[in-house]
Design a protein around this ligand. Structure first.
Ligand SMILES: Cc1cc2nc3c(=O)[nH]c(=O)nc-3n(C[C@H](O)[C@H](O)[C@H](O)COP(=O)(O)OP(=O)(O)OC[C@H]3O[C@@H](n4cnc5c(N)ncnc54)[C@H](O)[C@@H]3O)c2cc1C
Length: 463
């Protein structure tokens, strides 16, 4: 079968890689230096420049803007944020409700700015539909649904088997939970549009410029050093490659496949007319979207982690992972057993030791960072960027604290990951446990989550 494997992502195969930008020509200075040209770095440059047009902002990108997860993701623009429940425990329920509300608003904000900037990223606001297959998944779905409502999502809907099937015919789906706070998008069209928008505003973007070390007021590259009062680390799953950050955030792998475009006859069977972002309640969960050109792009964990915090080679994906994703696709939609898989790819997420996303500006050094979004960064990066803008404006005396700087994820600190081989063993054991739990739950039909999965959640720090 002629499946393209790697090539960064299907989204680039479809939309083309961008024309390269010049590397850093030598030592330079700036008011703000941003390391990493994904959504986090680019949104931060965007909002800072909009707020203070005379700021001299430089973005340094190791490969090209959108090379990382921002050019490879599943295109779920949605209101999930990693760590919200822990933030509720640490800072109180009301603080976490404010964080959730900010995330709900962020979905609208991304859609608004894309429209204002003329970025056509195939955005379709169909919300997010998460389905349950087994009695244990159903119990988790109901809990999840109730928790989301308790965090302010009054407009969420719980659908039974029949109502779920009215929307999408997923074999064996017993129920689903739908939220309007989500949209499907084309990740690369968004990141390319953003890079063009920040350049048009006057931000300097240097590509093919890896930063080897960040220290107060300095971003060091093989071609020269950028000196700036503020240096912002926006490197998510690649953070381990920076000096001193090997154990800061773990690069977790996520893999995807995209089918060939599916004909109208298949869509008549499947439904999915509202093009919701689609997910499930398995421990090793899947995520999917119906693309603008009528393919299914579906993702899941695959090989979770590479020894020594290594990252993939331009998205190349193990054959076994491609097979596993195809199996999920066919389990959901048996009609697709003979469907061609056009593309398979992978990318890395940033996972902190406590699975909580953070945004921080250290006012004593001028060093800032945002990330650790786990698998929910498409919208979260935008909220992080607006928060970094406010933190810098506050620090430089241009404004006071804002609603965003008061959110509970600001300034959160967490310990680093264990050294190898413990890190590798831990993550692989965790995902072996999740897979085992999923298999067990689908055969035993018990409504209780398998103890192994609960144990894995607790040991890993995930819950
Ligand atoms: C397969 C996959 C599917 C996903 N699906 C979803 C989804 O559907 N919804 C969702 O919300 N989230 C999803 N995510 C997560 C989401 O894509 C990320 O959280 C988000 O894109 C992170 O953006 P970022 O800018 O922080 O990081 P990245 O996009 O990874 O950008 C970091 C950039 O920094 C550059 N860089 C790294 N090191 C250096 C250095 N030393 N010097 C200079 N530059 C450097 C990299 O080249 C890269 O361009 C997915 C992720 C993956 C991998």
């Amino acid at each position: 079968m002629n499946t393209v494997n790697g090539g960064i992502s299907f989204w680039y195969a479809q939309d083309g890689t961008p024309a390269p930008r010049e590397p850093l020509p030598g030592d330079a200075s700036a008011d703000v230096c941003i390391v990493g040209g994904g959504y986090t770095g680019l949104w931060t440059a965007y909002y800072l420049k909009k707020a203070v047009p005379f700021l001299n902002i430089t973005v340094l990108e190791a490969r090209f803007c959108g090379y990382g997860a921002s050019g490879r993701n599943g295109g779920w623009l949605y209101n999930g944020i990693a760590g919200r429940d822990r933030y509720a425990r640490l800072h109180g329920h009301d603080a976490a409700v404010r964080l959730q509300q900010a995330m709900n608003d962020t979905v609208h904000e991304v859609v608004r700015v894309a429209a204002d900037e003329g970025i056509d990223a195939d955005i379709h606001r169909g919300g997010v539909l998460e389905i349950a297959h087994t009695p244990a998944q159903l119990a988790r779905l109901k809990d999840f649904h109730a928790v989301e409502i308790a965090f302010g999502e009054k407009d969420r809907e719980l659908l039974g088997a029949r109502d779920t099937a009215d929307r999408i015919r997923v074999t064996g789906a017993v129920a689903s939970s739908w939220t309007p706070h989500g949209a499907r998008l084309h990740p690369v069209k968004l990141v390319k549009g953003l890079a063009a928008a920040v350049e048009a505003l006057g931000v300097t973007v240097h590509e093919s410029t890896p930063v080897t070390e960040i220290r107060p007021k300095h971003a060091v590259t093989p071609y020269g050093t950028v000196r700036a009062p503020y240096i912002l680390r926006c490197t998510e799953g690649f953070t381990a490659s920076l000096k001193g950050h090997r154990r800061t955030w773990l690069p977790m792998n996520s893999s995807m496949i995209a089918t060939e475009p599916l004909p109208a006859s298949v869509w008549a069977e499947i439904g999915w007319e509202r093009r919701e972002a689609l997910g499930d309640m398995a421990h090793a969960y899947m995520y999917a979207q119906r693309t603008a050109d009528d393919r299914i792009a579906i993702g899941g964990r695959g090989v979770p982690y590479r020894y020594g915090s290594a990252t993939d080679n331009d998205g190349r994906t193990q054959r076994a992972t491609v097979g596993e994703l195809r199996d999920i696709l066919v389990r959901f939609f048996p009609r697709l057993a003979g469907t061609r898989i056009d593309h398979a790819w992978s990318g890395v997420l940033g996972v902190p030791r406590d699975w909580c996303a953070t945004v921080t500006l250290d006012r004593s050094t001028g060093l800032g960072w945002a990330g650790g979004y786990v698998g929910s960064g498409v919208a979260t990066a935008n909220l992080a960027a607006r928060t970094l803008r406010d933190l810098i404006q506050q620090d430089s005396g241009q404004s006071g604290p804002t609603d965003l700087t008061a959110l509970p994820w600001v300034g959160h600190k967490v310990r680093t990951w264990e050294p190898e081989p413990l890190r590798w063993l831990g993550v692989h054991t965790l995902y072996a446990a999740y897979r085992h739990a999923d298999r067990r739950e689908s055969t035993t039909h018990t409504p209780t989550t398998t103890r192994l999965a609960t144990w894995a959640d607790r040991v890993s720090g995930r819950r």
